[in-house]
Write a protein that binds this ligand. Sequence first.
Ligand code: FAD
Length: 454
Amino acid sequence: MTEAKKPLKKPRGKACLIAGKCIACGARCESSCPVNAIEMEDAGEPQIIVEKCIGCVKCVKVCPAQAIDMFFTPEEQKILDEIMTQGGGAVEEIDAEAAALARKLAAYRGVWVLVEQTEGEAAKVSWELLGKGRELADALQVPLSAVVIGAGVEFLCHDAFAYGADQAYLVDAAPVFRFYRTEAYLKAVCHLIDNFKPEIILMGATGLGRDLAGAVATVVGTGLTADCTGLGVDDKRNLMQTRPAFGGNIMATIMCDKFRPQMATVRPHVMPMHERREGACGEIVRVDCPVREEEILTKVIEIIRDKQGKDQVDVAGAEFIVSGGRGLMGKENFAMLQELADELGGVVGASRSAVDAGWMPAERQVGQTGKTVRPKIYIACGISGAIQHLVGMQDSDVIIAINRDKEAPIFEVATYGIVGDLFRIVPAITGRLRELKQEVPDNSGCTGKRAINA
Ligand code: FAD
């Protein structure tokens, strides 16, 4: 009996540089290569190590100048010729694999947003995510669904419709879902995924969202991208999840192209909140989830809320922020920023350098490892504009930068830039605001401050 000949595997080819086309864009191909098969030469052009290349085509896709193409080595060409004479068995095998994957992915449809709530109060980030979810769902031509889990929380489904959801999956049962506990909510979300198979799930990058998203992704066996700053979809329905990587030095776009659902978390204030549409309707899908209180090991005995101390300031939610960096030179100089913030009805923020120096508390830090803010006005004083700071504030409506170095990167994102000494400029602005307030006639019972802000 002769042994059946194993079909040959179709070679993927190797990447090669097309002479004269590289524009030395800054090593995008090198950073895209998963196997370190690309090294940069001094002139900024890549050298592709053919032996290491696995033919994944990532560098070809990322190159902005179409300077990289695929080719077959003589050995690969030989295999290809053999496949042709065998009648294409290997090609069929690969086609069958691709078709099986496509079938698996096609079983998942729809965009979901978890409506995070604590004792019936929704986290604002959930409404922000419904705005982004709406865009993704429209691009994919699928419904946008809210996932509402809790006890006595049906009213949140109507809020979700007002923020753009077409329908809501409601898991409503007491006592098991009254308080957030990982086990109970994990089982509920996994039950929903098993039954309704969404292709995308978004959650807030809050304490609850981070905890739940990681647990769900692990149990269902899919990918999760945390702290995304941008979300979009490509023509193959893949979620393109952009977030800072390598210590914030690059923005990476991450895809999960072989597993579903695709999961991402987004920090509060990163996505703009869409306007609330009163009276918007949707369908509520009530789901009984087979989770019993007795099965849950964690019990909530008491909820102790953070004491709202005098120094506790919500930088993330503020509409006006005056932030200070190392250019402030000392803790005592932050009083000057506080005066300006008081005139604007805002709060004082800080760069990490100022926090590390002990000039401001950690909860005031703006940036990648601090808070993400989206105020109406962000005034950056003595802050250079490192990428880790920018990712936390660049979506502010208006950015005013004050820096004595005209080359400081903060000016690249600033709406208005003031080159000069902050110790002269900040008091001058505060003084002028005070003058303006005194000049504003207060006929209508409005305070001068309100008149200026308007
Ligand atoms: P500097 O970079 O030292 O800039 C001081 C600026 O003040 C200079 O531009 C200078 O020209 C100006 N200046 C000095 N005197 C005056 C004056 N009299 N008038 C006007 N201008 C003046 N940073 C953050 O802010 N937030 C983060 O969340 C964060 N996370 C990080 C995470 C990682 C993993 C890493 C590696 C870094 C992170 N950083 C973060 C640090 C970041 O890289 C920068 O080091 C930091 O933002 C610099 O702070 P700065 O702009 O205050 O200080």
